[in-house]
Ligand binder design. Structure first.
Ligand SMILES: [Zn+2]
Length: 268
């Protein structure tokens, strides 16, 4: 009986993780790239708020704290702020909005608070909002966080990953990055962070909504790919990793440079 309870708990936790996370590795890589491009001033101010910890340390904090009483009390409203769903035939603008908010509106709110309303925030709010922004800019670039509402952001569409049963959401959250290279976040960061200043400047143009709309296109490409396989529970493996590695790398690089840009703008 105990064993069954344990298995059920593990399964529940797995399902929960599947619903929310880029997976720690993706978030760590985005934050590690961003950390390389913070201005000295932003670095100093962030250091103070995070008590000397790296932003990488808090990259997945928002996923991990979701079920704590602290979070339930203060930030329950942020549960839907990790993603936005866009069904086939819709755009972010035409898709009916989640009244509880989404990753775009959540980031817009937090950024506004951290700039225009900074002086009104308590110290603990500043710290929490900063940690949330670090995490959510990562989510904004994860294709499974821009999936369709009709299959709960890919959670409802079953696929196989190297002949193991999973779902579309998990492919982008963790399977893809873990299969593409057996690298740590620092190795990913060293490999990806090679753009010159001009390229980095071009990448950070636009607003949250523009960045998210590009993620929606990546998600739509993924749906199209899976649907073109025309069989139940298609198996994704080496060919998929080959075909979608450029997408993975681009989303991590973009997320990293843009997170640095957001933080440099807030802490200028
Ligand atoms: Zn998340």
């Amino acid at each position: 009986m105990k064993k069954i309870t344990l298995i059920m708990t593990v399964l529940l936790l797995m399902d929960f993780t599947a619903a929310f996370a880029w997976g720690p590795k993706g978030h760590d890589v985005v934050a590690a790239i961003a950390e390389q491009h913070l201005t000295p001033k932003a670095k100093r101010k962030i250091n103070k708020l995070l008590d000397g910890q790296s932003i990488v340390h808090y990259a997945s904090w928002m996923d991990n704290i979701q079920n704590s009483p602290y979070w339930q009390y203060g930030y329950n409203k942020t549960k839907t702020w990790h993603y936005a769903n866009v069904d086939k035939g819709y755009t972010y603008e035409t898709m009916p909005k989640n009244p509880a908010g989404d990753v775009v509106t959540g980031l817009e709110f937090l950024t506004k608070e951290m700039t225009e309303n900074y002086k009104e925030l308590t110290d603990s709010m500043k710290v929490d909002y900063l940690k949330m922004i670090i995490h959510m800019v990562g989510d904004l670039h994860c294709p499974s966080h821009a999936g369709r509402l009709s299959d709960r952001g890919g959670n409802g569409t079953k696929v196989q990953w190297f002949y193991e049963k999973t779902n579309m959401h998990s492919v982008w959250d963790s399977k893809m990055i873990e299969s593409a290279k057996k690298w740590s976040h620092t190795e990913w960061c060293n490999y990806l962070d090679r753009s010159d200043r001009k390229t980095r400047k071009a990448i950070v143009q636009g607003e949250y909504v523009d960045w998210f709309k590009a993620t929606v296109i990546e998600a739509a490409n993924f749906y199209e790919y899976v649907e073109s396989m025309e069989k139940e529970m298609p198996n994704l493996s080496y060919q998929f990793v080959y075909d979608f590695s450029p997408t993975l790398e681009r989303q991590l690089i973009y997320g990293g440079y843009r997170l640095a840009h957001v933080l440099n703008t807030i802490f200028k």
